[in-house]
Design a protein around this ligand. Sequence first.
Ligand SMILES: [Zn+2]
Length: 111
Amino acid sequence: MSGKQKHQKCCPRNLNRKPKLGKFADIKILNFVYPISWVKNLQENGQKLYGLAEYHKRKISINIDTPSKLRKTVIVHEICHALSYALDLNLTEHKVRLLSLGLLQAFKINI
Ligand SMILES: [Zn+2]
């Protein structure tokens, strides 16, 4: 590690940096690591998907064709699905959509 890297790591300015969800290789959810796979032609039952959370495989897949401006939204959406499974919340698709949009907006404004 160079001196510059050390400085960047401990510099308080970096604590205020927004997380870059779209570039995460792995996401930790409730102490489990979910690798993010960027997949071509992501589908389920013949339907094209932007993202897919597979709780039992502890894996999140994102369609590589997802427009970059939607990637954060899709990742937060899949995190909500994973939490719904893990916490046995049984959230519907509609509720996951609303929750993820609300969380994303709160993160944008506050974090
Ligand atoms: Zn969904």
